[in-house]
Design a protein around this ligand. Structure first.
Ligand SMILES: [Cu+2]
Length: 446
């Protein structure tokens, strides 16, 4: 009953979060970004909306001619591509881009301490070129006054697809053990608004050693804004949401990137994940070193099962997560066992039951027909969350009082995914919020 126990552990937190998160769920785990090999960026300033109501001045990368973003555009490229980023800069300081993990050639612009820079308030370009010679998840960051400029928002992510990538049968590393059904990016960061306000009023130099973040972000948004749709009009500089969903039993590839100055422990409720890679390197023994490939199973042989991923500044991590309902001890579809065609192997092969699951419903057949082990209180004794469908059963909706529910129209199971550092579940001391979102597990074919 580990799953149940974990769900109960934060039930109060989840209930509060659900009460406050009255935002329709827009489904689908997909990574927003721009694909190609040649990108034109401008660094400029704007304001982001924090979920405590603050309006925070920031510096961001954006596609030229468009608004600066927090985080900058996610670049999606193919292994082997020669990638070019041309950067100019409307900010009052020089700026630049570092892409840890690749050999980057810089030309144009002006020399800087770490790399060549785009001069302040100028149309002069600096050009960064690299060969995306290995697949994985990577960050990019300002390489100029990074204590200030990373804090101000000059960060982003790069995803490199493996050679031979097929969107119909995707893998993270071109290796069957890294196959996935859906993927999602979690770029984690934090801000100290005092620094941003100092920059906005022209303080020079801006002190950064007193760094005291009070805002925490996934993909540039605080909870509960993490759950609003991509590209909502009221968050024009924060286009990416963080609202993952997946069908029961399918494999979600989580891509985590440390985008700020602090570590963030990211906790997946519902199930452990298998950490399969760090910093673009699979967690595997050298080919042939210890085991034949046939023994390596569904994840690389050094993969680690865990429930909280420490995401370090500048680091990246990939994990495979899924949720099946196996061994709950009750039938998650509320079946009584008398249904025809469910968890029945049929008269002739091929069986529709594989590894204990009905392949059509993903129902765990050893629990088929088992009742929910508790008696639900009646509606007058319940407090409802925005994600409750009115029923404890997957893909089943029950009646709710007027105005309740509505954020989970497919009646999936909702799991809070969040920082395990509790202060990071606030927006400037207001709970709940911060580094927090909800993962929805849906029945098949939703
Ligand atoms: Cu929790």
């Amino acid at each position: 009953m580990i799953l149940i126990k974990r769900q109960l552990e934060y039930s109060g937190l989840i209930m509060l979060a659900m009460l406050l998160c009255l935002i329709p769920v827009s489904g689908g785990a997909a990574i927003q970004g721009i694909s190609g090999t040649s990108f034109n960026f401008t660094a400029s300033s704007g304001h982001i909306s924090a979920a405590d109501g603050d309006d925070v001045f920031f510096w961001g990368f954006g596609e030229r001619g468009k608004l600066p973003q927090y985080p900058g555009p996610t670049l999606i490229v193919q292994q082997g591509d020669t990638v070019t980023i041309r950067l100019n800069n409307h900010l009052p300081q020089n700026t630049s881009i570092l892409i840890p993990g690749f050999k980057v050639q810089a030309s144009g612009g002006t020399p800087g301490q770490i790399t060549r820079e785009a001069p302040a308030a100028s149309t002069t370009e600096v050009v960064y070129t690299f060969i995306a010679d290995r697949p994985g998840t990577f960050g990019y960051y300002s390489g100029t006054n990074p204590d200030l400029q990373v804090e101000m928002g000059l960060i982003g992510a790069i995803i490199v697809r493996p050679s031979g990538f097929s969107s119909s049968a995707p893998t993270a590393y071109g290796d069957a053990r890294t196959a996935y059904d859906d993927e999602f990016l979690f770029l984690l960061s934090e801000m100290d608004p005092e620094i941003h306000h100092a920059v906005e009023i022209g303080t020079d130099p801006v002190p950064t050693t007193g760094f005291h973040p009070v805002l925490w972000f996934i993909n540039g948004r605080n909870g509960p804004d993490t759950m609003s749709a991509n590209h909502v009009t009221w968050l024009p500089n924060q286009p990416y949401n963080a609202m993952p969903s997946i069908e029961v039993g399918k494999r979600l590839l989580a891509r985590w990137v440390g985008g700020g100055r602090d570590h963030h422990p990211f906790h997946t409720h519902g199930n452990n994940y298998d950490l399969i890679a760090r910093d673009g390197y699979l967690l595997e023994t050298t080919a042939g070193a210890s085991r034949p490939a046939s023994e390596l199973g569904t994840v690389p042989d050094l993969a680690v099962s865990d429930f909280t991923q420490n995401v370090a500044p500048g680091g990246s991590y990939e994990g495979i997560w899924s949720w099946t309902g196996a061994e709950l001890g009750w039938d998650m579809y509320g079946h009584t066992g008398s249904e025809t065609g469910v968890c029945e192997p049929g008269p002739a092969p091929p069986s529709t039951i594989v590894n204990g699951f009905d392949i059509n419903t993903r129902e765990y057949c050893l629990d088929h027909g088992k009742p929910l082990p508790v008696v639900l209180p009646n509606a007058q004794q319940l407090t409802f969350g925005g994600f409750y469908s009115g029923s404890p059963f997957l893909a089943s909706e029950g009646s709710l009082p007027p105005g309740e529910g509505g954020n989970n129209p497919s009646a999936g199971y909702a799991f809070m995914w969040h920082s395990h550092n509790e202060k990071e579940l606030t927006n400037n001391d207001i709970f709940p919020g911060g580094l927090m979102t909800i993962m929805i597990v849906n029945a098949p074919d939703m």
